[in-house]
Design a binder for this molecule. Structure first.
Ligand code: NAD
Length: 298
């Protein structure tokens, strides 16, 4: 595999996890962000992440030290990509920001560099032309808590070169991911194409007062053997994100049921600062939520 030096652009929620995971698996990584202040914040976040790697996947002190040594930082785009074999873009989910990022990147990146976007909702074909190298551009999509939820969805657009695609699949494996190969562009990839309709259906059942959240989760868990139901998943995703996504849809569609869903989340969770696992309460209380207790499935 030709990929050795990796630059991760954007050190936010996902970017800093991608950078750490890549460095953890022995690659030299440069973390690029808009200014040094943001990069300083990323450095402190890496210490917290190191603790999660230790407790969740038994990472040793030596592994953590080696990981931190593999991480370098720069707020100068040209400097940060000058040796890059792969740039993973994790800048905000805003087409204007992404377009301007790729315009700047194409001007300074070496010809060899592969560009991969981590975008959750935008398709690579939207940006292929602006990258200036459509054949070396594709989506490489990670999930939050990358070290535990280690899927990497790999999705090209019609002009992505097959060799480049295969190289990114190999890279994903090399950083401990399970590669999920998509044969064509699909909004929401595989995972969210399955998950979002499930979560929406569960929310609609609740808001329409068909059944309570615990009953809906229990149904899913008993009938499919899944370890958690849709409302436990919503707690994990974070109810602010859930609220934001529903609000965007309600504002654009004016669908009365969506508006009801948005009001429900605002009144019962957002206004009460019950935001899911991150605040210790959402549909369930954490740690030791009710759905993990033996009696829950009775
Ligand atoms: P975020 O807002 O937490 O982080 C974005 C980072 O990009 C910030 O550090 C910001 O300073 C930086 N940034 C802004 N403009 C930039 C520029 N021009 N160049 C370089 N850096 C810039 O966002 P996030 O949640 O990490 O999402 C980033 C991408 O990852 C999005 O495309 C999103 O769809 C995708 N993603 C997010 C999640 C998630 O759970 N948050 C999951 C999978 C994929």
């Amino acid at each position: 595999m030709g990929i050795k030096n990796v630059t991760v652009a954007g050190s936010g929620v996902l970017g800093y996890q991608i950078a750490f995971q890549t460095a953890f698996h022995g690659f030299k990584v440069i973390v690029y962000d808009i200014n040094d202040e943001v990069l300083e914040k990323a450095k402190t976040k890496f210490n917290g992440l190191a603790n999660s790697y230790k407790s969740d996947i038994n990472a040793s002190e030596e592994q953590i030290n080696a990981t931190l040594k593999n991480l370098n930082y720069s707020s100068n785009l040209a400097e940060s990509v000058k040796d890059a074999d792969l740039v993973i873009e994790a800048v905000p989910e805003n087409p204007k920001i992404k377009i301007s990022f790729y315009e700047n990147l194409r001007a300074v990146a070496p010809e060899k560099t592969i560009f991969a976007t981590n975008s959750s909702t935008l398709l690579p074909s939207q940006f292929a032309d602006v990258t200036g190298r459509p054949e070396k551009f594709l989506a490489l999509h990670f999930a939050n808590q990358i070290w535990k939820r280690n899927t990497a969805e790999i999705m090209g657009h019609p002009k992505t070169d097959k060799g480049v695609y295969d190289e990114v699949v190999e890279f994903a494996k090399a950083i401990g991911m399970i590669p999920i190969e998509l044969h064509k562009e699909q909004p929401a990839y595989v995972l969210n194409s399955l998950l979002v309709p499930l979560l929406d259906a569960a929310t609609n059942l609740l808001v329409n007062d068909v059944a309570d959240a615990q009953t809906i989760d229990k149904t899913w868990m008993v009938a499919t053997g899944a370890p958690m139901g849709p409302f436990a998943i919503l707690d994990m995703v974070g109810l602010t994100t859930v609220y934001d996504i529903n609000k965007l849809e309600a504002d654009s569609t004016k669908d009365p049921l969506k508006i009801k869903v948005v009001e429900y989340f605002k009144d019962n969770f957002i206004d009460k600062n019950k935001l899911g696992t991150s605040t210790g309460e959402g549909f369930y209380k954490y740690p030791n939520p009710e759905f993990e207790q033996k009696d829950f499935l009775k």
